[in-house]
Write a new protein. Structure first.
Length: 187
């Protein structure tokens, strides 16, 4: 029995040691897998970067080839031609005498501005006196009406004198007196 107790205690301690060892093994195995995954990811990233470097090198080589194929003599000739064209255009501009025409246009603009200001003042004056003109036109219409009335009165003066028994009343009282006479005649 004592052997059984010893065996059980040894077996229990072996089991604890084995469990601890297994847990350490699993932890180490997990770290190893993580390290392998990290190394794999980094190697893939490195290969991707190397591919990009190769592509850029090929692109650079292509651009260098294009630059080497450029004919600098032709470019210099074009530049010289453009310079000559620029000088020719500048001479044409000078021949057209733009500064003098610009000065002339400025002078014309100044004259037009003065004329515009003058017309604005004239318009303001007309607006200012528009009330007076309206009053004058009303007075003129009233005067025309009175002239017509006087003309009628002058034409009928003899008849009015007959009705009024030889007298002619003043203009302001004429209408009133004619009505009074008419009303007495109708009665």
């Amino acid at each position: 029995m004592q052997n059984d107790v010893i065996w059980i205690s040894l077996h229990g301690s072996n089991l604890a040691i084995t469990t601890t060892a297994w847990s350490h093994f699993e932890n180490a195995n997990n770290r190893c897998k993580e390290m392998e995954a990290s190394l794999h990811a980094k190697s893939e990233m490195k290969s991707g970067l190397l591919k990009q470097i190769e592509e850029k090198k090929l692109e650079l080589d292509g651009l260098e080839l294009e630059v080497s194929n450029v004919n600098f003599a032709l470019m210099d000739e074009k530049e010289h031609g453009m310079q000559a064209e620029l000088e020719r255009k500048n001479r044409q501009i000078e021949e057209r005498k733009f500064p003098s025409s610009i000065q002339l246009k400025k002078s014309d603009k100044f004259k037009l501005d003065k004329k515009i200001e003058e017309l604005k003042r004239e318009r303001d004056r007309m607006v200012f006196y528009s009330d007076d003109r309206a009053i004058l036109s009303l007075k003129k219409a009233e005067l025309e009406t009175k002239k017509k009335i006087h003309k009628i009165v002058d034409e009928c003066q003899d008849r009015i004198k007959e009705l009024m028994k030889g007298r002619l009343p003043p203009d302001k009282d004429l209408k009133k007196e004619v009505r009074q006479v008419q009303s007495t005649l109708h009665k």
